[in-house]
Ligand binder design. Structure first.
Ligand SMILES: NC(=O)c1ccc[n+]([C@@H]2O[C@H](COP(=O)([O-])OP(=O)(O)OC[C@H]3O[C@@H](n4cnc5c(N)ncnc54)[C@H](O)[C@@H]3O)[C@@H](O)[C@H]2O)c1
Length: 286
């Protein structure tokens, strides 16, 4: 019995029937986490997190579609995938454009004919106090971080439900949980995406579509570089993170493979923290 084949659970009455679900071969990590035959779409694929997640999904066997604001931003990752003999495709689109989500999914379908995994990793930030906020900043962050992710998930659902299901992974942030000075707009939209993820989970379970979040702590990428370059802020982060170091984008690959593959077949509506312990608490004397 395949792990994803839920069978008729009402018939699982005897010990033998329970044991018969334990196919040892299906539990081997290379089978459990395999994405062979799957097609994965990653937005923000030219960035730190999106690039590594694209490599990780390809390493697990997926054919990957890299999407970013320009094709050039994906060139480095595309080259590494090509050098590794991994099938891939690039769809450039500006997520500020409401027409981008259907355009991107159409690009995936016209190249590979199916879509099994979506990772919403593209995002922008502009740090300023609420006193200096304005509607333009609000919209420029919301359009990419919330609206595009929401509608790309919806567009993916429309095709996934026709092909037996899929997995959607929304990259949120610890800023969805804690208030960080100057990060009000980004934090509010990440929290909204985490909330929408739960409703997607509820509405789309009937299509065998799972929807989850990965909530990273402070990583070392171009998005967070201004924080690490600011001595006081870097010190603040290191004092609060029990591991006393930045996270690296490749450290999200494990969580992403869990959520994208059959290893996570009963995980939906969840948010996995990958934050070095930051939200768990902090020592008195770092
Ligand atoms: N870096 C961190 O510390 C950190 C912490 C928590 C969460 N995150 C989240 O991780 C994800 C990836 O961030 P990252 O750190 O890799 O940042 P990054 O800046 O390296 O990558 C973001 C990518 O999104 C793309 N993008 C931005 N605007 C776009 C648009 N209008 N259309 C299409 N693409 C666009 C950029 O070109 C870039 O390649 C984001 O969702 C971010 O919020 C990052």
């Amino acid at each position: 019995m395949e792990l994803t084949d839920q069978g008729d659970w009402t018939r699982v009455t005897s010990e033998w029937e329970v044991e018969s679900r334990g196919d040892l071969e299906a539990l081997r990590p290379e089978r459990l986490f395999s994405l062979d035959g799957k097609v994965a779409l990653i937005t923000g694929a030219g960035g730190g997190v999106g690039g590594w997640l694209a490599l990780g999904l390809a390493a697990a066997g997926a054919r990957v579609v890299l999407s970013d604001i320009t094709g050039e931003r994906c060139a480095g990752i595309a080259e590494r995938l090509g050098a590794g003999g991994k099938e891939h495709h690039v769809v450039a689109a500006d997520l500020r454009d409401p027409a981008a989500p259907p355009f991107i999914v159409e690009g995936v379908l016209s190249r590979f004919g199916r879509l099994d995994v979506v990772v919403n990793a593209a995002a922008v930030n502009e740090r300023r106090p609420i006193a200096h906020a304005d509607p333009e900043v609000w919209s420029s962050i919301a359009d990419v971080n919330l609206r595009a992710a929401y509608f790309l998930a919806r567009e993916a659902m429309l095709t996934m439900r026709e092909t037996g299901g899929g997995s959607i992974v929304n990259i949120t942030s610890v800023n969805a949980e804690i208030g960080v000075e100057d990060v009000s707009v980004y934090g509010a939209h990440k929290a909204a995406l985490a909330q929408a993820t739960k409703t997607m989970c509820v509405e789309w379970a009937k299509y065998r579509i799972r929807v989850n979040c990965i909530s990273p702590g402070f990583l070392m990428t171009s998005l967070s570089r201004p924080l690490w370059q600011d001595e006081a802020r870097a010190k603040w982060i290191l004092a609060r993170c029990p591991q006393r170091r930045p996270g690296w984008p490749e450290e999200l690959v494990g969580a992403c493979l869990l959520l994208a593959s059959d290893a996570g077949s009963f995980i939906s509506g969840a948010s996995i923290l990958v934050d070095g312990g930051l939200l768990a608490g902090s020592p008195w004397n770092p």
